[in-house]
Design a protein around this ligand. Structure first.
Ligand code: PLP
Length: 389
């Protein structure tokens, strides 16, 4: 079955390969982006089926997905996993709405776009918040968190982004979790671009809820997010959400009762997600995936440095997820043209998102390894040579 499906896909890709030198097995450019990213052919093939959303086969598939997710954080005894349709932001909003009671107040730790997005969400819901903001090239300060928690007794929750995808900076999650727990507050984590590649063991890093999506380090396709919440805490959240569809308590209760989603699930996305989680296990789990990404990241960083590009972050602050480079000052370097040439040769990179500095980004995640990274670097070298400064 697999062979039959792959042959036409690969054969088909040659039709498009005239102007492109490197292509993924499905004939598409490699996505060097933080997600959606390049998925394996087998993950894409898993979607070639139609499942009934209330059929036992589909219900079982969902249970397996949720069990795998809990396994990743060693949370079977203490936590529950709740899925939600939509992109990552939907589940971040659902987490903040559901887990923070209406009279709660959250400390938002912000050093990039996704921290600011939590502020936007809290402003809309609304929930009371205090923001502790840091420059985009600096990690959250654990001392500052400890200090503000000791001074403001009205703070009930703390929310943090594990890897801030804006720059690729790694926030010190374990020490943050420790001071939050010591201060008797509850921790909510946006681990969107870290889950599945960076360590997140619920027995070592105490958290009330963490959320992520299918289409980043878990290497599925976009369309579904999930929240892993401490069972005891989620039990207390009935009626918090103030939204029908973004209510994780209601979604959880219905899943427990019937095994079914309340509203039409993205069945094909879930088939792909199920396969992607199988492939994570085959690869050797979170540690093994983290190692592959780290190698991708180190090669890319060293290669780009040797080509004269300047990474934004020092190596010790860099998560192995996405690299940010300063836009070269050379007037001959034209980013739109660089982007187009790279795309026509089979690699899609990512524009920058910083507020103060002009940058671009290259992702290290997805179904890519040393071979693709070296090919990308060779291609960049060739483009730079063809457009001499
Ligand atoms: C990708 C991402 C999100 C969610 O973004 P969507 O565009 O809604 O998928 C949230 N937080 C972080 C840190 C992310 O990397």
């Amino acid at each position: 079955m697999r062979l039959l499906l792959s042959i036409p896909l690969v054969a088909f890709s040659f039709l498009f390969s005239k102007e492109t030198s490197a292509l993924s097995p499905s004939g598409d450019p490699w996505l060097l982006t933080p997600g959606p990213l390049t998925t394996s052919l087998t993950v894409k093939e898993a979607m070639l089926h139609d499942y009934g959303s209330r059929d036992p086969t589909f219900i079982k598939l969902n249970q397996e997905i949720l069990e795998d997710l809990l396994d990743i954080v060693s949370g079977k005894e203490t936590h529950v996993a709740v899925p939600l349709q939509g992109s990552g932001t939907f589940v971040v909003e659902a987490m903040l709405r559901t887990l923070i009671p209406r009279d709660g107040k959250v400390l938002l730790l912000v050093n990039g776009v996704y921290g600011k997005r939590m502020k936007d969400i809290c402003s809309v819901i609304p929930r009371a918040f205090t923001m502790l903001e840091f420059p985009e090239n600096q990690p959250v300060s654990v001392e500052a968190v400890q200090d503000i928690l000791s001074k403001d007794s009205s703070l009930t929750h703390v929310a943090v982004v594990y890897c801030e995808t804006t720059t690729g900076i790694l926030n010190p999650l374990a020490p943050i979790a420790k001071v939050v727990a010591q201060a008797g507050r509850k921790l909510l984590i946006d681990a969107m671009s870290a889950f599945g590649a960076l360590p997140l063991d619920s027995q070592e890093i105490p958290f009330d809820a963490v959320c992520a999506s299918s289409n980043k380090c878990l290497q599925g396709v976009p369309g579904v997010g999930f929240c892993i919440a401490r069972r005891n805490s989620l039990e207390e959240t009935k009626g918090n959400a103030g939204s029908l569809s973004l209510d994780l308590f209601a979604q959880w209760k219905e899943m427990e009762r019937s095994g079914q989603w309340r509203f039409t699930p993205p069945t094909h996305v879930l088939l792909a997600f199920h396969q992607a989680l199988k492939e994570l296990k085959q690869e050797g789990g979170v540690m093994a995936r983290g190692r592959r990404y780290t190698e991708n990241c180190q090669r890319l960083r060293a290669g780009m440095l040797s080509l004269g590009f300047q990474p934004l972050l020092p190596e010790e602050l860099q998560a192995p997820i996405i690299l940010t480079f300063l836009m070269p000052k050379d007037p001959h370097f034209n980013f739109p043209s660089f982007y187009q040439q790279l795309k026509s040769k089979g690699f899609i990179i990512y524009p920058g998102k910083l507020t103060h500095v002009d940058t671009f980004r290259i992702g290290c995640i997805g179904d890519i390894g040393p071979k693709e990274v070296e090919e990308a670097l060779d291609t960049i070298r060739t483009i730079l040579k063809a457009n001499p400064e």
